[in-house]
Design a protein around this ligand. Structure first.
Ligand SMILES: Cc1cc2nc3c(=O)[nH]c(=O)nc-3n(C[C@H](O)[C@H](O)[C@H](O)COP(=O)(O)OP(=O)(O)OC[C@H]3O[C@@H](n4cnc5c(N)ncnc54)[C@H](O)[C@@H]3O)c2cc1C
Length: 342
């Protein structure tokens, strides 16, 4: 067996969609559980902290980089088990997320078509419970297989044990960050079950009785194409912040000041408000730009950077936006993008 290739001082900007940030002290790609075990052994021997990297599409790396071992997940493979109309698919966590969605579309497996065209890997999908167009990935996840990077032991989490909620899971907690996701088992269906509940999708299909799975994917790809800047020109990690979930009391106060504020019911009697609306209508920040960093004109939740921007410039810009929202509404908004620093 070949020794694992561990690089030193690897530029991380090239491994993220922001294309920003410094070097990793050590960097290894793993394509099997054996290689992962070797990488973990190396990190322990160097007393180096470990960071788990997928496609780097939800990540802002500090200009100073990371003084540890970055392990890039490239574990592949797809295994299918059919049980009447249900289909269970065990997927290597290093597979491309959208490649997997396309695989399901091609085979007529329903359940994740609204999550088309989200960048990144299968293994990161449970981490923030990716969601779009009325669907969250939690509804298609059966279980998540992991390796504990402290001990090297395997552990499988059931859907309930993953602790999913809006853009959250156990894997984002201090304890959960110790688990390297190697495989995700999905439960999808052969039976058509289009979810057209989201406004943009509903409007797209006004003339269709019941769109096919291919038509839904095409619609999502088309709708999404207007919502993000051109990734070949600019760096971004998509939505920089979450839509805020607030208590009914805070919402009532907000409504007095801004009667048109939209709202959606959230679990436990809470209220979800679209932050894009606040940024646009309350703070007047749609398209806001300082130096090389801007909010996207078509979707103000999306922060993007021109070539040459630094992580400190993005940080300063994001902090100023967070302060502006706090001043106008009293709400502390939360970031969706993960920051990686020493
Ligand atoms: C243009 C654009 C559009 C986007 N649209 C959406 C959207 O509609 N909905 C949405 O939810 N997100 C969206 N995102 C965010 C992003 O694509 C998702 O969060 C995606 O799941 C990140 O995958 P990744 O492999 O790139 O993860 P990375 O950015 O590499 O990592 C993200 C986090 O997950 C952890 N992680 C990654 N892999 C593993 C693993 N195998 N085991 C344990 N932890 C791991 C990392 O340590 C890090 O904390 C968008 C991003 C972009 C750039």
């Amino acid at each position: 067996m070949e020794a694992l290739d561990i690089r030193e001082n690897e530029p991380l900007a090239a491994h993220t969609t922001f294309r920003i940030g410094g070097n990793a002290r050590y960097f290894a790609r793993v394509s099997s559980e054996n290689e992962l075990a070797d990488a973990i052994t190396f990190a322990h021997a160097q007393s180096a902290p470990v960071f788990i990297l997928g496609g780097g599409s939800n990540l802002l790396v500090a200009d100073s980089g990371f003084e540890g071992l970055v392990i890039k997940n490239e574990i592949k493979g797809v295994e299918v088990r059919e049980q009447e109309n249900l289909v269970f698919i065990d997927v290597g966590a290093g597979e491309s997320w959208d490649g997997f969605v396309e695989y399901c579309i091609n085979n007529g497996y329903w359940g994740i078509e609204n999550l088309s065209a989200i960048p990144g890997t299968v293994g990161a999908a449970p981490v923030q419970n990716i969601g779009a167009y009325g669907i969250e990935v939690k509804d298609a996840i059966e279980s998540v297989r992991t390796v504990d990077i402290r001990t090297g032991e395997q552990r499988t989490f059931s859907n309930t044990e993953c602790g999913f909620s809006y853009r959250e899971s156990f894997f984002k907690t201090v304890e959960g960050k110790n688990f390297f996701i190697t495989h995700v088992e999905f439960r999808v269906s052969r039976l058509p079950r289009p979810n057209l509940s989201y406004k943009d999708i509903k409007e797209y299909f006004t003339n269709e009785e019941k769109p096919s799975i291919v038509q839904i994917r095409d619609a999502v790809v088309k709708i999404r194409s207007g919502k993000f800047p051109d990734l070949s020109q600019f760096g971004t990690a998509g939505s920089f912040w979450k839509n805020q979930i607030i208590s009914i009391d805070v919402y009532e106060k907000l409504k007095v000041a801004y009667p048109l504020v939209p709202s959606f019911p959230a679990p436990e009697g809470l209220v979800k408000i679209p932050l894009a609306w606040i940024l646009d209508h309350v703070c007047g920040l749609k398209g806001h730009k300082i130096g090389k960093v801007s909010l996207y004109k078509n979707q103000p939740l999306v922060l993007y950077a021109e070539s040459g921007a630094t992580a400190s410039e993005v940080e300063a810009f994001a902090t100023a936006i967070e302060r502006a929202v706090k001043e106008k509404t009293g709400i502390d908004i939360e970031r969706e993008v993960k920051s990686l620093s020493c």
